[in-house]
Each structure stands twice: as structure tokens, then as C-alpha cells.
Design a protein around this ligand. Structure first.
Ligand code: ADP
Length: 490
């Protein structure tokens, strides 16, 4: 909008009509005071100001307008009939005017000037708006930078107070922060701690995980700079996501050396104890068999019954010790598998027969699926051991139901065979299912009710791993479980 200020009503009228004919919005004021009031209240793109007015002349109005921040930028075009002398024109410019038009007004010249100033002012306003929004954005960014920095500082402070070695890496996998404990194992932020020559390379392992966007979990020995000792640490590096993209990584080294030593001592004890127990047990077994033969007892007699019970218990003890020996073999990497082409169906039926004989008529084992009458490279004794373990558990953990189903499925596409054992027993809670394959793990809810050491499934998983197959379970509490394993056909 344009404001025309003139004390002469007819001038006001004709100028207003002229400008309106060119589609400008026009406001008028017939005195300097009115002009000031209006200019402070409204936004004008241009003020056309008559110089000669009673009370407050145009120069005074322009000077006052130049003093207010709201109006100081509004361009002013002076109109004057007489004061065309140089000093008047100079004063006009000095008081804040942008141009000078003499009366009588030449409409074309006036329109040209009005258009120019109007456009300039419009551009000015638009630029100011852009500048304001830019300033706002910069301010916002600065504020969020300050908040982010204080958050990062707080995060670093927290990492500093951790008992572990802690560090962060940027999205490119470059270490960009380490806490003080880092320097017990590395001389520079740039280098990962030195690892034992027999262990994995941290940088390589991390790069492998970074490319897949997966976290890294590694048990590794790193060298303490002061003592020169290699200590076992659990290294964990986890991605931090922001809007579905990895922003950076957080890593920790937790010292597990003492735990490892205790674990090693325990494994050594286990290995010695099971070996030491095995020898006298073998003698006991042999002498009981000798006794049985020598006594030639009547099968129906109470003494024969006692002897059978002794033999059953010896067998149980034997299984326990053999399992313990297997565990120590696994620990020492000595559980060896000797594979040769075997008919899997024979292995399955042997295992079922063994279970049926030892449990008599108490169980019903149903055979389901297409029988894999094919030769598969496997260690028959070890695979039978896995099946017997699955079946024994299926019966043991189903006190109210004696039905067990053994299913087989040959997956031609995956080139593997899948064997599963289903029971309708107590089941396993979801979040504990994976752990049942861990050494000495027993589900707490059922551990008191059922006897066991929690090593059977650990041995099974190791046997299947050595056959390059998979092992797993799906289960529902109070409905039952299905334990399965797969074996590659070749
Ligand atoms: P154990 O049976 O000697 O405890 P395992 O290694 O064979 O050891 O099994 C580990 C744990 O898994 C068991 O203690 C039990 O809690 C759970 N489990 C195994 N099989 C079953 C099953 N068929 N149904 C329910 N729980 C099972």
C-alpha cells in the first residue's frame, strides 16, 4: 500500500486516482501528524510526501519517520512545487527521502518512480522475511548444537565413569571417543588394543560386522600396557540408530579374565573328576556282571531284582559320567566326529528302539513324515546320541502325556534333512528357549521337579554344529515342545 500525504485535497484526490488506475492500493493523509500516526500503525511500501504543509512540513515528517525502526526503511518520494533549489533537495535526501518529484506532477514520471520504489520495497520486504527466517533457523541450529554438545558431554562423562573400557566410533567406523581406561591397553585413540596372536583381529572383525550393520560380540585377549599380560575381555560394539540409519557405534571391553580362569579351573576339575570316576565304575560294572553269572540267580527272585536295579543305576551313572567327559572333550576341542555314509532311517529306528526298551510300555512314539531312506554322511553313534537325548527329554518333561512324535522331512531345495521330536509336555517359556542349548542351563521353573545336569542339549548342539547342521526348538508353555536338527544331505 502507498501513503500519499498532502494538505491539498484536490492534489490528494488526483494522485490517488492516478495510482489506483494502475492497481495500487492507496491510503491518504492530509497532514504530517496524520501521516505519522498512519505510518506507525500500517505497513506502507512507499510514502509520497508533500514538502510544504502547515504545522509539520514534509522534511520534519521524513526526519521523524527515519527515527522509528518500523518506518525508517520505508522509501519516501518528496513532492514540491517550489523548493527545487539544491539546498532543499539536499535536505530532502538528508531527511530520509529516496527521491524528489516537482509539481506539477508529470504522471508518467511519477508512475515510473512509484513502480521502481514499490518493487524495490517489495523485494526489500521479501528479503527481510527470508533473512528473518534464516536467522531463526541459524538460531535454532545453534541452540540444538549447544543441546547436542551438552548431551554428548554428558554421555562421555557417563562412559568415563564406567568400570569398562568404553569408546565410540563414527558411522565410518573411526574411533572418535575413548574413556580413560582405554589407555591401560592402547597408547593412542587411533589404535585398538593389541590382541593375543592366537585371537581374532578386532579391526577386521568389526569391519565385517559394520558392513552388515550388525553388532559385534567377541571374547578376546588384550595386552595390558603396564603389566604386559594378556587378559580376556568381552568386546561388544553396538550400532546406534537415528531414523533407521546407523549414526555411530558404542563399544565396551569388559574384563572377564577372572571368570575365564575360574571357568578353566572348573573345566579341568570336571575333566579330571569324570576320568577318575570312569575307571572304578568300569570295574564295578564288570564285577557286577561276574557276580550275576556266578550266582545264577532265579530271574523271579528278589536277589535277581536287586542286581538288575544295581545294573540300572550303574548304567545311569555311566551315562552321567560319559556326558561330563563329552563336555570336557568339547571344552578342549577334542570331541571328534567321524562321518561316513549312513542310512539315517536306521539311526532313527535304533534310537526309538533303545528308548522303547528302557521305558517299556510307558511311552508311545509315533513315526511321522517321509522316511529318509538315504545315505547321509554322519557319525551314527553321535546322531543317535542326539536323538536319544531329545526322546529322553520329551518323555522326562511330559509327566502327564506319554505321546511323542518323531518327524522327518527332506528339503530338496535346501539340500538338507530335518528331524524333529515333538512332545506334549510342560513346554519352555519363549525367552528361555535359546538358552537351553547352553552348558549347565536348566529352566528354573522345572529344575526342581526334574533331575538333570543341563548338559545334554549342549552336547547335542555341539554334535550338530560339527555336522554343519542347525539345532533349535519351538515350544509353548503347558502345550509342549518340538526339538529339531537339520543335517546337510552332502
Ligand atoms: P537336563 O535335562 O539334564 O536338565 P538338557 O541339556 O537335556 O539337560 O536340557 C536343558 C534344559 O532344557 C532342561 O533342564 C529343561 O529345563 C529344558 N528342556 C529340555 N528338553 C525339554 C522338553 N522336551 N520340554 C521342556 N523342557 C525341556
Amino acid at each position: 500500500m502507498i501513503l500519499i500525504v498532502d494538505d491539498n485535497q484536490s492534489n490528494l484526490y488526483s494522485l490517488k486516482k492516478l495510482l489506483e488506475s494502475k492497481d495500487f492500493q492507496v491510503d491518504t493523509a492530509d497532514s504530517g501528524e496524520e501521516a505519522l500516526m498512519k505510518a506507525l500503525k500500517n505497513d506502507y511500501a512507499l510514502i509520497i510526501l508533500d514538502v510544504q504543509m502547515p504545522d509539520m512540513d514534509g522534511f520534519e515528517v521524513a526526519e521523524t519517520l527515519a527515527g522509528y525502526s518500523k518506518t525508517k526503511e520505508v522509501p519516501i518520494v518528496f513532492l514540491s512545487a517550489v523548493n527545487t533549489e539544491k539546498r532543499f533537495i539536499t535536505r530532502g535526501y538528508a531527511s530520509g527521502g529516496k527521491d524528489y518529484v516537482t509539481k506539477p506532477v508529470d504522471p508518467e514520471i511519477l508512475m515510473l518512480k512509484v513502480k521502481t520504489f514499490y518493487n524495490l520495497q517489495e523485494q526489500n520486504i521479501a528479503m527481510k522475511k527470508t533473512q528473518q527466517s534464516l536467522e531463526l533457523e541459524v538460531k535454532g541450529r545453534r541452540e540444538s548444537q549447544v543441546t547436542m554438545k551438552s548431551q554428548i558431554d554428558h554421555f562421555h562423562l557417563m562412559l568415563e565413569s564406567l568400570p569398562q573400557i568404553a569408546f565410540t566410533l563414527n558411522e565410518n567406523g573411526i574411533v572418535d571417543f575413548v574413556n580413560g581406561k582405554w589407555y591401560d591397553y592402547s597408547d593412542s585413540e587411533k589404535n585398538f588394543p593389541e590382541t593375543h596372536p592366537d585371537d581374532d583381529n578386532i579391526q577386521e572383525e568389526f569391519e565385517r560386522c559394520r558392513k552388515k550393520g550388525k553388532s559385534l560380540d567377541l571374547e578376546i585377549r588384550i595386552k595390558n600396557r603396564e603389566t604386559g599380560d594378556f587378559r580376556y575381555h568381552l568386546l561388544r560394539v553396538t550400532p546406534v540408530y537415528e531414523e533407521n540409519a546407523i549414526k555411530n557405534w558404542v563399544g565396551t571391553f569388559t574384563d572377564i579374565d577372572d571368570q575365564k580362569k575360574v571357568e578353566k579351573e572348573k573345566d579341568e576339575f570336571l575333566s579330571i573328576a569324570s576320568h577318575e570316576l570312569k575307571t572304578p565304575l568300569t570295574s564295578i560294572k564288570a564285577y557286577v556282571q561276574l557276580l550275576e553269572r556266578k550266582l545264577k540267580l532265579d530271574k523271579e527272585s528278589a536277589e535277581a531284582g536287586f542286581l538288575t536295579k544295581v545294573q540300572d543305576q550303574i548304567e545311569k551313572l555311566n551315562t552321567l559320567i560319559t556326558d561330563l567327559l563329552d563336555v570336557s572333550k568339547i571344552e578342549n576341542g577334542k570331541l571328534k566326529i567321524t562321518k561316513k555314509p549312513v542310512n539315517l532311517e536306521n539311526v532313527i529306528s535304533n534310537a526309538i528302539d533303545t528308548i522303547v526298551q528302557t521305558h517299556e510300555s510307558r511311552v508311545k512314539i509315533k513315526r511321522d513324515g517321509i522316511k529318509p531312506d538315504i545315505l547321509i554322511p554322519l557319525d551314527a553313534i553321535r546322531i543317535e546320541q542326539v536323538l536319544i537325548n531329545f526322546l529322553t527329554n520329551a518323555i522326562k518333561y511330559s509327566p502327564q502325556n506319554n505321546q511323542v512324535i518323531v518327524t522327518t522331512f527332506v528339503d530338496e531345495e535346501e539340500q538338507e534333512v530335518r528331524v524333529s521330536v515333538t512332545d506334549f509336555g510342560i513346554g519352555i517359556p519363549d525367552f528361555k528357549q535359546e538358552a537351553v542349548f547352553n552348558k549347565f542351563y536348566r529352566v528354573e521353573e522345572s529344575s526342581l521337579q526334574f533331575q538333570g545336569m543341563g548338559i545334554g542339549l549342549f552336547i547335542c548342539s555341539e554334535i550338530i554344529k560339527q555336522h554343519h547342521g542347525n539345532i533349535g526348538v519351538s515350544s509353548k508353555v503347558d502345550e509342549g515342545s518340538t526339538f529339531y536338527f537339520t543335517l546337510p544331505l552332502n
